[in-house]
Design a protein around this ligand. Structure first.
Ligand SMILES: Cc1cc2nc3c(=O)[nH]c(=O)nc-3n(C[C@H](O)[C@H](O)[C@H](O)COP(=O)(O)O)c2cc1C
Length: 172
């Protein structure tokens, strides 16, 4: 696990080739194994591999989401706010599990944040994704995880550079 955590970096450049059926299957199994509060599984996911939709998704937050256009698969991570008040936590855990699984498969990934972000002064990023993918209430859009074969290399952050001062002992 530590090896996967060391390797995982945000990858925003991808090769133009699809994931295999096995890779997609592994990602789907992984997200459905994510823990959730009271095991209520408040999440839902949309697996997007249609290039036209990926292009439109990539425009949701300008430069912050542009990498989605080049990804092979994007996982749109939704939470049902009527199922659990922990929908943000539940969805976020599933999202990071998708990222760590991608790393374990030799793939790259990056998180595009949607919740509480704007598409334009008139429209939230969430409403933009909602309209694009026909998502109705009570589903909320937390983030989109772009995944693909990496076309850039990032080294693990050296252990000496980790902010160990953020770990407190016994009391703050
Ligand atoms: C909650 C959250 C939101 C993020 N939103 C974005 C985003 O909208 N666009 C983006 O390119 N990266 C986004 N990232 C990726 C971070 O920028 C990245 O994880 C951070 O810079 C550390 O780099 P690393 O992932 O390579 O370790 C997000 C990460 C998290 C956890």
């Amino acid at each position: 696990m530590l090896e996967i955590l060391r390797k995982r970096r945000s990858i925003r450049k991808f090769q133009d080739r699809p994931l295999t059926r096995e890779q997609k299957g592994a990602l789907e199994e992984a997200i459905l194994r994510a823990p959730s509060a009271k095991n209520l599984k408040s999440w839902e996911f949309i697996m997007v591999d249609d290039k036209e939709i990926l292009q439109k998704l990539s425009e949701v937050r300008g430069g912050s989401s542009s990498f989605l256009a080049g990804s092979s698969v994007a996982i749109v991570v939704l939470g049902n706010e009527e199922v659990a008040d922990t929908w943000v936590e539940d969805a976020s855990l599933a999202a990071i599990i998708a990222q760590l699984t991608a790393t374990s498969l030799g793939l790259g990934s990056c998180w595009a944040h949607i919740r509480n972000r704007d598409h334009s002064p008139q429209k939230t990023a969430e409403d933009h994704v909602r309209e694009l993918l026909d998502i109705s209430r009570p589903f909320r859009v937390v983030c989109v995880i772009g995944i693909g074969h990496p076309a850039e290399e990032k080294l693990p952050v050296p252990k000496e550079e980790l902010p160990f001062e953020k770990i407190h002992r016994n009391r703050f």
